[in-house]
Write a protein that binds this ligand. Structure first.
Ligand code: ZN
Length: 117
């Protein structure tokens, strides 16, 4: 299952971050899931609940946010959000566009718990 290895990767990143910041736990994370990434946000959340047990992120809340694809237009130079079904330029309707976003899985925000307060 693809989502499990993605979650393992996220946990690894969180563990590194927590070490760097002397955190004792991860409170909340937000992940941007590109709509063209092939990742199902629901499956990702399910996988996360399995993987987080016994890790620094054991009690972390996972928020997923869908990220719309973006195209860069070779005709007019605009960079715009578009829909997965229509990758033409929303500004000038040219089909000569390049996909610049939408495949990504990004750890957008992490809230750590430290002992400092
Ligand atoms: Zn254009």
């Amino acid at each position: 299952m693809h989502e499990l290895s993605l979650c393992q990767n996220i946990i690894d990143q969180l563990t590194d971050l927590a070490n760097v910041h002397n955190a004792v736990a991860v409170a909340r994370i937000e992940i941007r899931v590109g709509v063209l990434s092939g990742v199902e946000a629901q499956l990702l959340r399910n996988a996360f609940t399995l993987i987080q047990v016994g890790t620094i992120a054991e009690t972390a809340e996972l928020i997923t946010e869908e990220a719309a694809p973006r195209v860069s237009c070779r005709a007019c130079g605009a960079e715009s959000e578009t829909s997965p079904n229509n990758l033409s330029c929303p500004v000038c309707a040219s089909l000569d566009t390049k996909l610049i976003d939408g495949h990504e899985l990004i750890l957008a925000r992490v809230e750590l718990v430290t002992n400092e307060d």
